[in-house]
Design a protein around this ligand. Sequence first.
Ligand code: PLP
Length: 379
Amino acid sequence: MSSERERIYLSPPDVTEAEVDAVSAAIRSGWVAPLGPDVDGFESDICAFTGIGSAVALSSGTAALHLGLKAIGVQPGDSVIVPTLTFGATAFAATYAGATPVFLDADESTWNLDPQLLDDVLAAKARGNELPSAIMTVDLFGRTCDYGAIMGIAARYGIPVLEDAAEALGSRCGEQSAGAFGRAGVFSFNGNKIMTTSGGGMLVTDDADLADRVRYWSTQSREPLPWYEHLEIGYNYRMSNLLAALGRAQLSRLPSIIERHRAIRDAYAQGLADVPGVAIVQDPAWGAGNAWLTNLRCDAGLHPGAPERIRLALEALNIESRPVWKPMHQQPVFASAESHLTGVSDRIFADGLCLPSGSAMSADDVALVTTTIRTTLQA
Ligand SMILES: Cc1ncc(COP(=O)(O)O)c(C=O)c1O
């Protein structure tokens, strides 16, 4: 059976004729050289969708994080708070800015930066006169952080926040869109994200000057002169017009894509509701997430080693699932980094699993995954 069915991926791109038409139209228009009207149009569309004042389309979310840190004032030799439970790009960006990441543990329910721990660490650092120059937050798997708490703490210490909302386009915290917190926010349009430009990212901010600086750096810091004149080091980080055209078509379909991701998460939750010791991680009380990837959490006491057994059982059926991001403090490359740990992210890495969540999954696909989880746990 598994050889006849196509592989079920974790979160494959959901591309239709609308995207094919948009990219074809961009090619036919002649705007194949990097810049063009769809880049500006995509930025305006993202501003309209999120309610954020300015947007800069870039070649990746990682590039947006790098320039975002530079724009909020991070300098070589500084330290930056980074959640340990994240994808490597968050921490890598801090190193591109010449800064040293200081890793903080996660909150048990959202898997995001623990506000109480943040407060405690900043209080200790303030006493030692060694406050970090920025706080990076991450809206993991599409769930927004507790910004009600985090922004108050950051303001008390006067530290700017850069929001890594790479996984959270379309998620909300209260009335505000993900990406709207802090001095700037970042989205990723990598191939497996909630929407894609095949590769790309966007920096968003309500500070128009900050957006202008990022746009300038991202196009090789070129001065408005006939020849190439540079007052500052530049970067080749701008998004191309063809990819922006793809992004605009994807964004117009994003509400229905998110609706499907949420329905898939609900179906998993329903299908596993009566199984003791497993839970589908839900949105926090303060806002609906985009349900980018459905997260399963197992009770290690009742089901020791279950996530890896489930992953292998799914793989045997040609279905992709994936461990949660391995915490940064466990990564060899950051072995010597300063880390403030409570044990939460180690537990989440051990007990959690990302389930296939792509919007093209059928009800039968979701049912097959659910049944496989049930039988694996009963075995
Ligand atoms: C939390 C997080 N931050 C940053 C990135 C980097 O985005 P990109 O792949 O567009 O560079 C990703 C995803 O790839 C991510 O999941």
